[in-house]
Design a protein around this ligand. Structure first.
Ligand SMILES: NC(=O)c1ccc[n+]([C@@H]2O[C@H](COP(=O)([O-])OP(=O)(O)OC[C@H]3O[C@@H](n4cnc5c(N)ncnc54)[C@H](OP(=O)(O)O)[C@@H]3O)[C@@H](O)[C@H]2O)c1
Length: 348
């Protein structure tokens, strides 16, 4: 038996407790004790990494429904998931922008029982707002915000009835703090955060857990798609100064920021599993220790000026120091050859 960390029986909120080897050894749970997990957006990135991590759990604690809107994109997941498919992992179609597809997917799950919902599907959008159409902006809100709302309208009533369940939302540090040229994306994640802050109070009454995971930059398809769309953007609708700022400051530094501060999808999956196994999961979890000093500025100044002034100075007045700092961090990370301190060993 793996003596590193074993789960204790579920607590009153249905969450498995994790404890160290000194305090408890338990046999692997029977299939009955397996938690059912539904994850959205598993064709790539964080969703794919999390689905595989949970499905390959040595103790088989999870039955994973890995969903994606377009099943023709399942090859990457199929390849990595290997023989978990048909055992601890099943792939299903689910488009968070379609109520019918959500209904069909949830109804196909035995007893509609979902113990853990991971709302992960999302998309980005960068650039000056004058160069974006309202339809493009609505698509981002529809996916990132209403996608979550649609999921919960279908899944929350069952969780409330059972008085058990954990809802995990892959939000972003941009759900706490806006960033230059990410206006609509940040708005979509702020909407998610406000919605969840309200819902969390009701969830508590039904003994449900709700957690926002807030990653900083993550090296996934998301980063490439957003960058390529930015590079192709028609900037004729904006003024010269804004276009110059977008191309020569934002896009120019984009790759360096991701290379320096970026985590892998597997890092985020590891953080998420830790949260799922926690005895008392927090409402918010920031996944990137290197980014936390920036988000802390928000809470340090109730007037809200401190983070805005800091970003302004970093981008427009001290850009050379900012760039040198990024290079320094990159060097340190390369030297340590570790991605991030996850606060101790994995609980898996
Ligand atoms: N990468 C980052 O820097 C970063 C940072 C903070 C937070 N996040 C958040 O992390 C989450 C996952 O992103 P990622 O980085 O893993 O990017 P990713 O590799 O692009 O994955 C996004 C996933 O969402 C899916 N998706 C998009 N629209 C959908 C819809 N209508 N219905 C169902 N699935 C849909 C995509 O499917 P298709 O393949 O069909 O497009 C893809 O599977 C997102 O919510 C994102 O906002 C990412």
């Amino acid at each position: 038996m793996d003596k590193s960390i074993q789960p204790c029986p579920s607590n009153s909120q249905g969450s498995p407790q994790t404890i160290s080897e000194e305090s408890c050894y338990l046999p692997p749970p029977s299939p009955m004790a397996q938690k059912t997990v539904l994850i959205t957006g598993c064709s790539s990135g964080i969703g794919l990494a999390l689905a595989v991590k949970m499905a390959t759990d040595e103790q088989k604690r999870f039955k994973v429904y890995a969903t994606m809107r377009n099943l023709t994109k399942k090859d990457n997941l199929v390849e990595v998931a290997g023989n978990t498919i048909g055992n601890t992992l099943e792939i299903k179609q689910l488009d968070v922008c379609s109520e019918a597809s959500i209904k069909m997917c949830v109804s196909s799950i035995p007893n509609r029982r979902i113990d853990i919902l991971v709302s992960n599907a999302g998309m980005g959008l960068i650039g000056p707002i004058e160069c974006q159409t309202i339809e493009e902006m609505q698509k981002v809100m529809d996916t990132n915000f209403f996608g979550l709302v649609r999921l919960l309208k279908e899944i929350l009533p069952d969780m409330k009835r059972r008085k058990s369940g954990h809802i995990i939302i892959i939000s972003s540090v941009m759900g706490i703090q806006g960033i230059l040229f990410n206006d609509v994306y940040a708005a979509s994640k702020f909407a998610v955060e406000g919605f969840c802050e309200s819902l969390a109070i009701q969830a508590l009454k039904f003994k449900l857990n709700l957690t926002l995971i807030e990653p900083g930059p993550v090296l996934t398809e998301f980063e490439n798609k957003v960058f390529e769309d930015g590079m192709k953007m028609d900037l004729s609708a904006t003024d010269e100064e804004t276009a110059e700022m977008f191309v020569n400051i934002y896009l120019k530094n984009y790759k360096q920021i991701f290379e320096t501060l970026g985590q892998t999808a597997e890092d985020i999956a590891e953080h998420t599993v830790k949260i799922i196994l926690a005895e008392n999961p927090p409402f918010r979890h920031q996944a990137n220790a290197l980014y936390t000093p920036m988000t802390t500025l928000k809470y340090a100044d109730p007037n809200g000026d401190l983070p805005i002034d800091t970003f302004y100075k970093m981008i427009f007045q001290h850009d050379k120091i900012f760039s040198a700092s990024l290079n320094f961090i990159k060097l340190l990370r390369w030297k340590s050859k570790k991605s991030f301190d996850l606060g101790g060993t994995s609980s898996q």
